[in-house]
Design a protein around this ligand. Structure first.
Ligand code: GLN
Length: 453
């Protein structure tokens, strides 16, 4: 994999940092233990992985693709990082992302974009475009992403890989640099549903160091993936969300989705249409809640504690802070800090943030009603396939539309997966099928995903 990275990553930009020596040391430890006759520490011992550069690591930089954290090395490992190490998984390096995970194309990275291996003039999706491109270009067999509004699932769809956003609270956020704390969730990415399930079980689990971590057993996703691989979905009820199927989606995405639904029916699933009327407000609610949390979370980059510090000598603390933040944050991050600060300000709080929270509750209720009737919900993962680099950078609203189908799951704290659903008849580019399930029912995603793939 290190050879492959050296060969192809110059043209793709999936990695921000490659940790070849450390990865080899960790792989040799696994070899040594196996040669000495010890049992492997996990089913994935020795299988290398690409880590999104938003999880802290003590032996390599954590930049969040921001100038504000250039060359910053964390004093502690994220819980997820520690779990990978304990499972004998060598970390190949840190992957590119939109700055602080804000974006849908990986073009908002301060270190340059990642390109889609299917067509290098196109984006790999975002914010986890680096992890998805590393998988699709065979630079890594496993990767880690984070999903705040779709950043695992949408890049998976645009690169024909698999990605899961686990139930909120089931994968520790300790050491995951916060974007929007009530939405962020780390999760597994792979090229097959079973690989993804194996990684899911390694990284999930209760963590007392994360106050929103759920104290519940890890869901049996590997067993579910094995069961699903038999291709039998009899007894499974699948709901097609009416509101996530629109004429504004690309025709090739819609025809791939219709074929996927026909395939689920052939596998024995009972497919019905369900309505979630409040999903149409998810985008508006998300783009108030997320910036509000961002404006609060990113206040920690104050030029005093971490990373970049611009101090021309005769400056006051306020001036140092302002100069550092002006130089350190990119335009999308600044946009969201300003929107969030406005939405939380006295006089506007109820009108914006308060209203958005109410919509969030209505969306959860739509899900609850739907799950009274069905086991899983399905939709296209993204309304469109990979677009050209630069095509949407000047139009944030057009960019935000790519999250239409993935956002409701984050707002409800549920789980969802994207699995490859063939190539679009429009342009020959990958399309993803999104499978959604209630909180703490992640195994349903894997059963249906494995049967479908
Ligand atoms: N694309 C969405 C956004 O820009 C989702 C980001 C994410 O999931 N980290 O906020």
């Amino acid at each position: 994999h290190l050879d492959r990275i050296a060969e192809v990553d110059g043209g793709l930009g999936a990695f921000l940092h490659v940790a070849g020596e450390q990865a080899l040391v960790s792989a040799k430890e696994v070899d040594g233990a196996l040669t000495a006759g010890e049992a492997p520490v996990s089913p994935l011992a020795g299988v290398p992985l690409a880590l999104k550069d938003i999880f802290t690591t003590t032996d390599m930089p954590t930049t969040c693709a921001s100038k504000v954290l250039e060359n910053w090395v964390a004093p502690y490992d994220a819980t997820l990082t520690s779990k990978l190490r304990a499972a004998g998984i060598p970390i190949l390096g840190k992957t590119n992302l939109d700055e602080f995970a804000m974006g849908s194309s990986t073009e908002n990275s301060a270190y340059g974009p990642t390109r889609n291996p299917w067509d290098t003039t196109r984006v790999p999706g975002g914010s986890g475009g680096g992890s998805a491109a590393a998988l699709a270009s065979r630079q890594a067999p496993l990767a880690i992403g984070t999903d705040t509004g779709g950043s695992i699932r949408q890049p998976a769809a645009l690169t024909a890989t698999v990605g899961t956003k686990p139930t909120y609270g089931t994968v520790s956020r300790f050491g995951l640099v916060a974007c929007a704390s009530s939405l962020d969730q780390g999760g597994p990415c792979g090229r097959t549903v079973l690989d993804t399930a194996l990684l899911h079980e390694v990284i999930a689990g209760h963590d007392p160091r994360d106050s929103t971590s759920i104290d519940a057993p890890v869901r049996p996703v590997v067993a579910a993936a094995r069961e699903g691989a038999g291709g039998n979905l009899r007894g499974v009820k699948v709901g097609v969300v009416k509101e996530l199927h629109s004429d504004s989606y690309q025709p090739g995405v819609l025809s791939s989705f219709d074929a996927a639904v026909a395939q689920l029916t052939e596998l024995g699933a009972e497919v019905v249409e369900v309505s979630c009327p409040n999903f149409e407000y998810a985008l508006a609610a998300y783009y108030l809640i997320l910036p509000s949390e961002v404006s609060s979370n990113l206040a920690r980059f104050d030029a005093m504690r971490y990373g970049l510090r611009i101090d021309e000598g005769d400056m006051s603390a306020d001036q140092v802070m302002a100069a550092t933040r002006a130089a350190g944050f990119g335009p999308e991050v600044k946009r969201r800090i300003m929107i969030g600060t406005y939405a939380l300000s006295a006089g506007y709080y109820d009108a914006y943030y308060g209203q958005a929270l109410k919509v969030r509750t209505l969306i959860s209720r739509d899900f609850d009603r739907a799950y009274e009737k069905v086991d899983v919900l399905v939709s296209p993962t993204s309304p469109f396939t990979a677009w050209k680099l630069g095509e949407k950078v000047g139009d944030p609203l057009a960019m935000y539309l790519s999250d239409l189908c993935t956002l409701p799951t984050n707002l409800a704290g549920h789980c969802a997966m994207s699995v490859p659903s063939g190539l679009s008849a429009d342009d020959g580019l990958p399309v993803g099928l999104q499978i959604m399930a209630p909180a703490l029912a992640d195994e349903r995603l894997y059963r249906v995903g494995a049967a479908f793939e």
